[in-house]
Structures are given as C-alpha cells and as structure tokens.
Design a protein around this ligand. Structure first.
Ligand code: SF4
Length: 203
C-alpha cells in the first residue's frame, strides 16, 4: 500500500528503508497500520505516488511517513511536495531526523516552501538511551545530529513537532522539557505492540 487514509489525512508510504532499528517500531510486530499492509514490493516512482494521491484537496494533510524513513528518498519527497503545494495541499513529513547524516549535507533548506510541517521522532532524553532504543546506523553521535536537525527545522519549516513513544524505557517528561527548551511542539504517541514485543527486542 503506497497511499492510505486515516483520520482525514492521506499518508504516503514511499520506502521501507530506514537508518534506525527502533525497538518500538511497528515493523517489529505488525505488517502495517490500520489494516493496511505497508511492506512494499518495490519503491514507487514519483508518477506512481502522484497517481495514488488523486485529489489532495480531499484531505486535511498529506503526510510522508513510514514504514520506513521518507527522507531517504529526498528527491521523491521534494518532487511530490512541489506538486502538492501547487495544488495548495498541506504537506507534513514524519521523520527520524537523521536525514542530514544520511545525505551528508543540511537538506532542510531544500524543504523550505514545499513542506509545511515536520514531525521528528525524539524518543530519548539523552544520546546513550537513543543509541540503545533506536539503534541508529550512524552510531552514538546520532542523537546530537538529531537535536541539530530539530533546531535547523525551525529555520525552514513553519510547524515543527517532536514526538516520543510511550514505552517505559523513555522518560517522557524529560523529553517534554527538551521540546519546550527547543521551542517546538511535543506529542506522545501510543505504543501499539505488546510488552513481550519490547522484551524480545532487549532494549
Ligand atoms: S525510525 Fe521509524 S521506521 Fe525507522 S525503525 Fe524507527 S520507528 Fe521504525
């Protein structure tokens, strides 16, 4: 499934690749969300994504999200976002915030004017815990780059939010204070798996 609706929004699933292996990731315990199977046989081309969107005015927001990290496909996100903005859609990107490490440059200026909102997974109150829970391929320094990504986002994207998943390993209140200090919105997301799923992961 490339495009699916939920709560009045349209979600775009454009890749299954990710630079993290988070212990709470939905991919560890379900084939998708809301009954949609989100494993892709192949990554959709830009034309295919646009074809799946149809009329964007039908939705409150059009959201690039996972079953993977959408900013790995930066060029596709930019092309589709430009098309969406021409149609006056509201565009959000859900990201793990490590795209600057992946692309080895600051990609946020490239999203300016074509992305309205970004939702960035924080998911830990410090670097050591982030490395343990989210297992980023870029190593223990990833968390500092993630914080930098959040700060850079504020310069280029009108609405910036950070999120955490409500699992016992994460100190939600400390994360909330980090968001407040950084001057961005904060949201706690419900964990959809079982305690056993988390235990198996060993985080
Ligand atoms: S960043 Fe998102 S898609 Fe990637 S492993 Fe973590 S929860 Fe899953």
């Amino acid at each position: 499934m490339i495009a699916y609706t939920m709560d009045g929004n349209l979600y775009l699933n454009i890749t299954n690749r990710c630079t993290n292996r988070c212990c709470f990731c939905v991919r560890n315990y379900a084939p998708g969300v809301a009954g949609y199977n989100l494993w892709l046989k192949k990554e959709p081309a830009v034309e295919e994504i646009i074809g799946e969107i149809g009329d964007p005015s039908l939705y409150r927001e059009v959201v690039f999200c996972g079953y993977g990290e959408p900013l790995i496909r930066l060029d596709a996100v930019k092309e589709v976002s430009k098309w969406l903005k021409d149609k006056e859609a509201w565009v959000r990107v859900n990201t793990n915030g490590l795209a600057n490490l992946y692309h080895n440059r600051n990609i946020l200026p490239e999203l300016c004017g074509i992305v309205d909102a970004v939702s960035i997974s924080l998911n830990a109150e410090n670097a050591r815990k982030y490395y343990k829970i989210c297992r980023p391929q870029f190593g223990p320094e990833s968390y500092n780059h993630l914080l930098e990504f959040i700060n850079e986002s504020k310069k280029y994207i009108p609405k910036v939010k950070v999120t955490v998943v409500d699992i016992p390993q994460i100190d939600v209140e400390k994360c909330r204070r980090i968001a407040e200090t950084m001057g961005v919105d904060f949201e706690v997301r419900e964990y959809g798996g079982s305690r056993k799923d988390l235990e198996q992961c060993g985080c």
